[in-house]
Design a binder for this molecule. Structure first.
Ligand SMILES: Cc1cc2nc3c(=O)[nH]c(=O)nc-3n(C[C@H](O)[C@H](O)[C@H](O)COP(=O)(O)OP(=O)(O)OC[C@H]3O[C@@H](n4cnc5c(N)ncnc54)[C@H](O)[C@@H]3O)c2cc1C
Length: 446
């Protein structure tokens, strides 16, 4: 790896060599996993580069390919599986200076990869649109990082996951070939790069579908019984005429970790945190009553970006809040089977009791609403954690293991052959985020 030659070949570019800064830029939120922390300890890049345009990205790619230097692309570094922790040093390619939004049209926007999701939302809102879904990190996360590392979130109850046809319209990537090319993928071809953890080309631009920007009201509902809360979540999810953006259900004692919300959620009760279009609010109290709940908080819609949001207690922010109080807590990522009676949710809730605290996120999968879950786990040992995940899988609950940095061992299970073919074409030297996939990598080449 000839770093000096690489640096010399990139005059005028923002290059960070200070080891403390580079070490910071080599981190992400894998710290939520006690399994990943020791495995990724001490893994840092050699230098970081912040390109400000596609032309600069091409220059970096050319130089890295020539000098066989690994490249780990980075957005805001909020990924949870060590996706942007470099295993073999090299260059951290920080995309946050690429934050232009070339255009927003009704229902679609074209953006550079380093644009923050909240910034796109704000821009789109001027013409009555918004991003269809966002992770709970939307204030900091970049759109490139969300596509390469995330899967869905707030809004997925209405629009499904990022990978669902129609959510992602086009991706432009720079390859790591000896003579890097710019390739635009459209239609179903975007899946060759979607959720590929930066191993399949450097995403520079994205065309993404937008949804109408409803005025979203925020609501907290409490329930004396957890399954009543869960059934309420399913019923609201199934109510196709009611427009909603978020249905998060928390078993007691999880709401006790939400310090600033505790006044609305009495100890021992179970809670639903909701975002519902103001036009659908009138229908909510009846549904709440049917399930024995009580509305304890309601806030009308605000301008995007203003004030605290309930969303920042949901999805994986729930784990963040819990870990602020108790660092021994970790989490699972799972998807329950399509079963309106929620039998398996009930079984797991009782089977694990306080060891695995139930946190459901309802979302739409292939046209049906099902509960996903990011359960909080009182961690003891890696063996026990694996046993818990195995038990879920044996009972038909899909687990996207968040305690591995290998893409195939997480949610993907196997790499799609089309993705693999694309990988071999765009990264022939195995330089992109090497070690994160079982397929062709820098390690096996060198
Ligand atoms: C508290 C918390 C809550 C979260 N909630 C959610 C959630 O609700 N839903 C969800 O899906 N995720 C969630 N996540 C995970 C993560 O925040 C999201 O996936 C986020 O969108 C990642 O964006 P980022 O800019 O931080 O990406 P990074 O962490 O910087 O990168 C993620 C991956 O994408 C690759 N990458 C980044 N930019 C590019 C690019 N331009 N080209 C190619 N590859 C690239 C990186 O190499 C890395 O593999 C959460 C994480 C935390 C810590």
């Amino acid at each position: 790896m000839n770093l000096n030659a690489l640096i010399d070949s990139l005059p005028g570019m923002e290059i960070i060599t200070d080891p403390t800064q580079v070490a910071k830029l080599s981190q992400d939120y894998h710290t939520f996993s006690p399994v990943l922390v020791p495995k990724l300890a001490g893994k840092v890049g050699d230098i970081a580069i912040r390109p400000s345009s596609e032309a600069e990205v091409i220059k970096v790619a050319t130089s890295c390919a020539k000098h066989r230097v690994p490249v780990t692309v980075r957005g805001a570094g909020t990924g949870n599986y060590g996706q942007c922790v470099p295993l073999y040093g090299g260059v951290i390619l920080d995309m946050t200076r690429m934050h232009n939004i070339p255009w927003v049209k009704p229902g679609v926007a074209r953006v550079e990869a380093g644009v923050k999701l909240a910034a796109l939302d704000k821009k789109a809102s001027y013409c009555g649109w918004e991003i269809r879904m966002a992770p709970s990190t939307y204030r900091t996360a970049t759109i490139g990082g969300f596509i390469a590392g995330g899967s869905g979130g707030i809004g997925s109850i209405q629009y499904g996951l990022l990978a669902d046809r129609g959510n992602l319209l086009a991706l432009q990537v720079v390859t790591l070939e000896d003579q890097p090319r710019v390739i635009e993928l459209r239609g179903d071809d975007v899946q060759k790069v979607n959720h590929a953890w930066g191993i399949n080309g450097i995403i520079t631009e994205i065309e993404i579908a937008l949804g109408p920007a409803y005025p979203w009201a925020e609501v907290i509902v409490t329930f004396p019984d957890f399954m009543a809360a869960a059934r309420f979540g399913q019923a609201l999810g199934n109510a196709d005429g009611m427009i909603k953006k978020l249905i998060s259900i928390f078993a007691s004692p999880i709401p006790q970790y939400f310090t600033s919300l505790r006044q609305y959620i009495p100890d021992g009760t179970h809670a639903a945190l909701l975002m519902v279009a103001e036009s659908s609010l009138e229908l909510l109290p009846g549904l709440v009553q049917q399930h024995g709940g009580q509305i304890t908080y309601q806030k009308p819609a605000q301008e995007p970006g203003k004030g605290g949001h309930l969303a920042e207690f949901t999805w994986n922010h729930t784990t963040l809040h819990a870990r602020t109080v108790d660092t021994s807590i970790t989490y699972l990522q799972s998807m329950f089977p399509n079963d309106k009676s929620l039998e398996m949710v009930e079984h797991m809730y009782h089977h694990f009791g306080d060891e695995v605290m139930m946190h459901l996120e309802f979302f739409r999968v292939n046209g049906v609403v099902i509960p996903g879950a990011l359960q909080l786990v009182r961690y003891t040992t890696e063996e026990r954690l694996n046993e818990i995940m195995r038990y879920h899988e044996e009972n038909g609950v899909f687990i996207a293991n968040p305690h591995t940095y290998i893409i195939e061992d997480g949610g993907r299970k196997v790499i799609d052959p089309e993705q693999l073919k694309f990988k071999q074409m765009v990264d022939p030297h195995g330089l992109m985020n090497p070690g994160k996939s079982k397929v062709l990598s820098f390690q096996s080449q060198n």
